[in-house]
Design a protein around this ligand. Sequence first.
Ligand code: FAD
Length: 339
Amino acid sequence: MPLLKEHISLKPFNTFGINAYARWFIELQSIEQAVEFVTDNHYQNQEMYIIGGGSNVLITQNFEGVVVKNSIHGKRIVKETESHIWLKVGAGENWHKLVLHCLENDWGGIENLSLIPGNVGAAPIQNIGAYGVEVKEVFECLEAIHLATGNIHVFHSEDCKFGYRDSIFKHEAKGKYLITSVTFKLTRKDHQLNTSYAPVAKAFEESGESPSIQKISKKIVEIRSSKLPDPKVIGNAGSFFKNPVVSKEEFEIVQEMYERVPNYPAGDGKVKLAAGWLIEKCGWKGQRFGEYGVHSKQALVLVNHGDASGKKILELSERIQKSVKNHFGIQLEREVNIL
Ligand SMILES: Cc1cc2nc3c(=O)[nH]c(=O)nc-3n(C[C@H](O)[C@H](O)[C@H](O)COP(=O)(O)OP(=O)(O)OC[C@H]3O[C@@H](n4cnc5c(N)ncnc54)[C@H](O)[C@@H]3O)c2cc1C
């Protein structure tokens, strides 16, 4: 089993760049190591927190238990037909590198999810999504170690209860499993190209190119790079809040205040609003409070300008939630995980 390290700064392991400490830290590189670790009596009573790329977590305090860095690698085709391949991928693989690997092999399905930071193991946890696609659309199954027993469980799509930035792993299964691999069903031909998202459609219209999975990825990389702050330059975890889905009545209250409020149909007569727009209208965009604040180009992204504490960023997020609630009557829900 790899060495358990003591008193480790988590700064290199979270994209917010928060400098909190873990009492214990271990990096696991295989399923065998992971099973051995979770079933070791010595650690069974310790609190554990699993971390992948640390791009969807805000660390608000030192952690007295064991932080487990999942570095289980590997990619393997487990089944193929003329039209599809089933690719089993280690949870510790970098997500965007996986996208590039698929594009090189002309396997379609995850090109719209290009440049999302983090690792494969976390992708199903919040059902990552971008530019009109969610990972649940290509998800076949995942394997996870049940932390309390060391048993390996397989979760299929229906077990995961995927929703918008949501799954069972944010609710009843939260903190109970270590995901070791995810299997994706990808197309080998007749790719389902999705250019429905306005900025992607516009980019193709302007360039006059006809889309392919490789070109969609390239355009999305360009769009994302121009819009979102790079965590290597300024600490952040992407969208801090989910876009709220509201009732028709709630929507009409906002529309009475702002006739041109951006909105998208969300089924069952409900409406999805842009959380960033709501936050911006409350005057938060670009606000800076010393070491932390709200990004100047995208109000949905909270940032660490230098050496902010996670607690301060959490407090800021609560102030934002309160002001959106007061102004619009809408409760914003956090997307980022809090440790
Ligand atoms: C600039 C930027 C842009 C982003 N854009 C998007 C976007 O477009 N769409 C989107 O959906 N997300 C986006 N995100 C959020 C984030 O990249 C994704 O949620 C990503 O899947 C997180 O992966 P991670 O490995 O970094 O997870 P981490 O932050 O390490 O972990 C996230 C959660 O999952 C748990 N976890 C991680 N790995 C495992 C595992 N193997 N087993 C069990 N539990 C685990 C952790 O305990 C934690 O609760 C963005 C983030 C940034 C910084």
